[in-house]
Design a protein around this ligand. Sequence first.
Ligand code: 5GP
Length: 234
Amino acid sequence: MKQQKLLQSGKVKSVYRTDTPGQLIIEFRDDITAFDGGKKDVLADKGRFNAEVSAFFFEYLEKYGVKTHFVKMLDEKRMVVRDLQMIPLEVIVRNFAAGSLVRNYPFKEGTKLNPPIVVIDYKDDSRHDPMLNDEIIGALGLATPAELKKIKKIALEVNSHLVRFLAELDITLVDFKLEFGRGGKTIYVGDEISMDSMRLWDKTTGESLDKDVYRFDKGDVIATYNRVSRRICT
Ligand code: 5GP
């Protein structure tokens, strides 16, 4: 497979056309950002840890019948994916109150949310990813009611699989964000599932094992990403 023209360069990943119809290459770069790009750095090896964990979870979920864009890894940082028509939604599943939920609503951090809460944000950094509701999604024509129902169902299924898997590693899945795309009439999980898009707490120590280490200067980001990727992938 040959990597061709750069199609899109996001904050931490680049997307390339390939010589295979219907397939793209996503490169996980070493950039790391937080607060809508307000904090940025380049941390060696960060890209490969996120690529490895994303590939691991995509393959894991496929085993349970969840459709994802993952095709294969080309090398440590480059993933071949199905070309999707991406839907500009950030679909967040929350098992425990943390992050923006605690900042914006009177939840106490760490409160268990039973059943889990699905929150959908509009993917638009210039507007700071505002929270949507079903009516706004419909009025903006972002997804049909049937697509939205399917997206929420898949998000909760992914949550059950990831909660169970991570619990066995003594890791609490606090929350995570998914993005979806259309391939024909099928909805696929796209983007990434990594330490950048999940909030993970060590069950024993309570320590953060994700991008909160970077956001809030809690310690050595790369050492954390390295340790958690070893825990997940081996
Ligand atoms: P919060 O709304 O608390 O900031 O984020 C909830 C969860 O979704 C966290 O695990 C966070 O990492 C993820 N998330 C929310 N927005 C984004 C985003 O724009 N990019 C990425 N990579 N993850 C996000």
